[in-house]
Design a protein around this ligand. Structure first.
Ligand SMILES: *[C@@H]1O[C@H](CO)[C@@H](O)[C@H](O)[C@H]1NC(C)=O
Ligand SMILES: *[C@@H]1O[C@H](CO)[C@@H](O)[C@H](O)[C@H]1NC(C)=O
Ligand SMILES: *[C@@H]1O[C@H](CO)[C@@H](O)[C@H](O)[C@H]1NC(C)=O
Length: 328
């Protein structure tokens, strides 16, 4: 009897703490497609808005078909919440539909527009809704931290229980909360990274959040880069973030969103600091839409941009240990 009760408790814990299958390397690779700034729900009462959303769905289908990624990272401004009345979760579901059709798991960080729907659009509501899908790996971060999307995801080895890579997420705020990355979040990142290093060993790691700090533009002006920086990177309260990023030895790539006309990727030492490609037809910019692809491997990572028309641009290879950057 006691055992049965205990078993029941375990089952409940198991269901609550896993959403679907763990993320795993396959054939030595773990491939991520970054969809950023999709801006669904813009101008829903004119013909223009719904057409943009349909076109954005087409971008995602194209990328998922061409790349067959293992995982999708939505890096914020998935919705233009300020234009949406009460059905923000309906739009959210629409955004997820390409991943559902392609059976591709995903996770979200929030941007500065997602939580601005008149009703039912706040971060927690969207997070809870997202988590009702088995393919969702989004996690509600610690309650005592600023924001909601502060968490990490372990990526396991093929057919093993060993963690072979980690993806970290931060909530850079905006919308109903301030745009910032707070000292507490930075401390959380630092500590979580080091605890994970102890536990998993020096596995390659990447970090994502929506709004980049201005130091990314300084690096664009001095570093070795691919792509464009056509929008000025504005000040963001995030003191210590850039320095902390540089101090984490196995953090090899950071990717952000927010600036639709930036899609650079710059190297400094053994890291790439990048911005995703504008993936949605909502929001400003006249450029061809696409998705930054990030492929983690054992001794290197590769990133490129897959365009909606299936062309590939800006392919870079970063070898973790000898800092070699190769543009191909
Ligand atoms: C949300 O509601 C608006 C207004 O009723 C409607 O025009 C729109 O199609 C809805 N969108 C979705 C994705 O359900
Ligand atoms: C989600 O997974 C559970 C447990 O495997 C399964 O019972 C349920 O049908 C799945 N839901 C969907 C919508 O696929
Ligand atoms: C940046 O500006 C250049 C020059 O106007 C243009 O050719 C390019 O398409 C723009 N790129 C992006 C990503 O906005």
């Amino acid at each position: 009897m006691f055992l049965n009760v205990l078993y029941g408790v375990y089952v409940v814990v198991f269901i609550c703490s896993t959403s679907g299958e763990p993320l795993r390397f396959k054939d030595g690779k773990f491939k991520i497609a970054q969809f950023t700034d999709l801006h669904y729900g813009e101008d829903e009462f004119t013909p223009w808005g719904p057409i943009q959303d349909k076109n954005s769905n087409h971008v995602m289908h194209s990328v998922l078909t061409a790349e067959k990624p293992d995982f999708v990272l939505f890096t914020g401004d998935t919705l233009t919440g300020n234009n949406i009345g009460s059905n923000a979760t309906e739009y959210w579901k629409y955004v997820l539909s390409p991943c559902l059709q392609h059976d591709t798991p995903w996770a979200h960080v929030f941007g500065n527009h997602d939580d601005l729907s008149a009703e039912h659009g706040d971060r927690d509501t969207l997070m809870k809704y997202d988590q009702t899908f088995n393919l969702s790996h989004s996690v509600r971060g610690p309650r005592d931290l600023f924001g909601v999307s502060n968490y990490f995801l372990p990526i396991y080895g093929e057919g093993s229980d060993r963690v072979e890579a980690v993806i970290y997420m931060l909530d850079s705020g905006g919308g109903q909360i301030e745009e910032q990355v707070t000292p507490d979040q930075i401390t959380w990142l630092y500590h979580t990274y080091h605890v994970n290093m102890q536990e998993y060993g020096p596995v390659p790691s990447i970090l994502t959040f929506h709004i980049p700090p201005p130091e990314f533009e300084d690096l664009f002006n001095t570093g070795q880069c691919t792509g464009y920086l056509n929008n000025t990177v504005l000040p963001l309260p995030s003191e210590g973030l850039y320095k902390t990023i540089l101090s984490l030895p196995n953090l090899h790539l950071v990717t952000t969103g927010h600036y639709h006309e930036n899609d650079y990727c710059c190297s400094t030492e053994n890291k790439l600091l990048c911005q995703g490609r504008h993936s949605g037809y909502g929001g400003y910019s006249d450029i061809a839409r696409g998705s930054r692809i990030i492929q983690l491997e054992k001794d290197k990572l590769q990133t490129w941009i897959r365009m909606e028309n299936r062309n590939i641009v800006d392919h870079i290879i970063l070898k973790y240990h000898n800092f070699a950057i190769q543009e191909s």
